[in-house]
Structure formats: structure tokens, C-alpha cells
Design a protein around this ligand. Structure first.
Ligand code: CP
Length: 315
């Protein structure tokens, strides 16, 4: 593929190829090899209209460790703040001769739209409430490493992964469901009725995942649990249930951590609302993969950039 716009773009074989390359990139990440020359002479623009800590910095590190020239543009510091349109912004950037645009935007479908305007490869780094495909890749990669042996990647086939949280506003949930089910995982998504997306019944039956409103019924059967952020900034109609009710019903509290036991890995894509969807005890537990997810993000994004810009075929 020329772009990575949606998790739907990747078959199970594509994901396996990306993961194999990501595993090799870990050598660079361990700093045993300082840099690879693979993308020397290539220019990557990180174009972020929404805030980011992990995604933007890990794409920048990934590009630099592959010897690409990387440039960051944010909505606030660019002429978009003076009213320049998205189309004019990306056409302006593309005219400078960039090879890839890694973009985050508040509008669902923005990356797809931009891919129709420019010749450069476009990577969706989060578009509104739609998708975040590299997050899903790094989550699945971190879980594969966890279930593997001695640093080797393990299979997610048949593993029961439970995603919990504000599903209505979560692009991470959408991409994760696609990627995890493609890898053969058994997926259950849990949310209060007010944060369960419209139309999920038909999607879950066609894609083969389960839905539940009852975290306490699902949690004891989990092989891995992923807590998702409550995105109050996207709730123009207010937050219901209240924060307190949410934590009682859907938070990974200290009590639920005890039910989960010490072996089940805990994921969160970040940033976390500590004390709301996840207790500090859970976030900082020995079984937490949260920082492994961040670390995996660099290797996986190196792999994605490599396959888009240097290799042939996948991503
Ligand atoms: N998970 C994630 O996308 O984090 P950032 O918003 O910090 O990039």
C-alpha cells in the first residue's frame, strides 16, 4: 500500500511482516545500532492539528533513527491558525517535496481526504473518532511480545482481549478491534450504554467480536485488558454517567485489579485519566504494559515508515 489510513488496509500477513521488521528495529531502539541509513534523503512531515505526546514524538524518533529528515508542524503554530484551509496547508507542504505526511486531525476521514490531494505517502496518526491504525499495531505488537517467549513474538490467536471505556469517542478502540480480530484474538468491548457507539450491534456481529455493559462479568475471563481514556473534550453534551459512577462501574479499580490477578497484562494507549478509568495501582502494577506500549510504538512506527518509504509492498 502507498498509505496507511485505516487498520482495514492491513491483512494478517501484512501485520506479520510489519511486526517482523519492528522486532529487528528493536536493535536500533536498544541503541546497539545507533541509526539505520534506510530513509536517508527522505523527508517526513508530522502534521498534527490535535495535541499529542506519544504519537508525534515516536514518529519523529522513528524517522530520525531511519536517517530521514523529519519536520513537525502543529495546527496552533501554523498558518492554519490564521484560517488557512487543510487543503491549502497540505498542498503548500507537498509543494516542498516531502515523501510522507504523518497526520493527526480532529475530523474523521481527514487523512483519507489528504491522501487524495497529495502524492506523498499519508499515515493516519489519528483522525477524529475514526481510527488510529499505528496505535492498534503497537498495542497488538506489545501484546504479542508479552505472550511470546524470550522476546520472541507470540500468537494472539484465541487470546481474549477486553477493551473497556469510552468507545463512542475512541479511534483506538475502532482500530484495535480490526487489528486484533485479524490476528485471531477473541475481543470483547465493554462500555456503559451512554458510551457504546451507535450501530455497534451490526458491526460486532459481522466482525465477530462481543459487546457488554458488565465489566465485572467479563473481567475474570480476560487474557488481557485494555483501558481506554474517557474523552471529555469530545463530549459536547456533557459526561454521563458522572465520574464517580463511571469509576464504580467501569474503572480498573484496586478491587478489580485483585479480581484480574497478577498475570493478566494491563494496557492503556495513554494519556491516562488516573483515578477515573484506571487506578494508579493498576497503571503502575508489575503486569502493566503501558510503558512497553510506548516503547513498541517507536519500533512499530519505524517499521511502518520503512515499508512505506523504503521497502516494497506492506504498509
Ligand atoms: N495514544 C496516543 O495517541 O497518545 P498521544 O495523544 O500522546 O499521541
Amino acid at each position: 500500500n502507498k498509505h496507511l489510513l485505516s487498520s482495514e488496509d492491513l491483512t494478517a500477513d501484512d501485520i506479520a511482516t510489519l511486526f517482523a521488521t519492528a522486532a529487528e528495529m528493536h536493535d536500533v531502539q536498544r541503541r546497539e545500532v545507533k541509526k539505520l541509513p534506510a530513509l536517508r534523503g527522505r523527508t517526513i512531515i508530522n502534521l498534527f492539528f490535535e495535541d499529542s505526546t506519544r504519537t508525534r514524538s515516536s514518529f519523529e524518533i522513528a524517522g530520525k533513527w531511519l536517517s530521514a529528515d523529519t519536520i513537525n508542524i502543529t495546527g496552533k503554530g501554523s498558518s492554519a491558525s490564521k484560517g488557512e484551509s487543510l487543503r491549502d496547508t497540505v498542498l503548500t507542504i507537498a509543494s516542498m517535496g516531502v515523501d510522507a505526511v504523518v497526520m493527526r486531525h480532529g475530523a474523521s476521514g481527514a487523512a483519507q481526504q489528504v491522501s487524495q490531494w497529495v502524492d506523498a505517502a499519508v499515515v493516519n496518526a489519528g483522525d477524529g473518532t475514526h481510527e488510529h491504525p499505528t496505535q492498534a499495531l503497537l498495542d497488538a505488537y506489545a501484546l504479542s511480545r508479552h505472550f511470546g517467549d524470550g522476546g520472541r513474538l507470540g500468537s494472539l490467536e484465541g487470546r481474549h482481549v477486553v477493551l473497556v471505556g469510552d468507545l463512542t469517542h475512541s479511534r483506538v478502540f475502532r482500530s484495535n478491534v480490526i487489528t486484533l480480530t485479524r490476528l485471531g484474538a477473541q475481543v470483547t468491548v465493554v462500555a456503559p450504554p451512554t458510551l457504546m457507539p451507535a450501530g455497534i450491534a451490526s458491526w460486532s456481529s459481522s466482525a465477530g467480536f462481543a459487546t457488554s455493559y458488565d465489566l465485572d462479568e467479563v473481567l475474570p475471563k480476560a487474557d488481557a485488558v485494555m483501558m481506554l481514556r474517557v474523552q471529555k473534550e469530545r463530549m459536547s453534551g456533557g459526561f454521563f454517567p458522572t465520574s464517580r459512577e463511571y469509576t464504580v462501574g467501569y474503572g480498573l479499580t484496586r478491587d478489580r485489579l485483585r479480581v484480574l490477578g497478577p498475570e493478566v497484562p494491563i494496557c492503556h494507549p495513554g494519556p491516562m485519566n488516573r483515578g477515573l478509568e484506571i487506578a494508579a495501582d493498576a497503571a503502575d502494577a508489575a503486569q502493566s504494559l503501558i510503558l512497553e506500549q510506548v516503547s513498541a510504538g517507536v519500533a512499530v512506527r519505524m517499521s511502518v515508515l520503512y515499508h512505506l518509504l523504503a521497502g516494497e509492498g506492506t504498509a
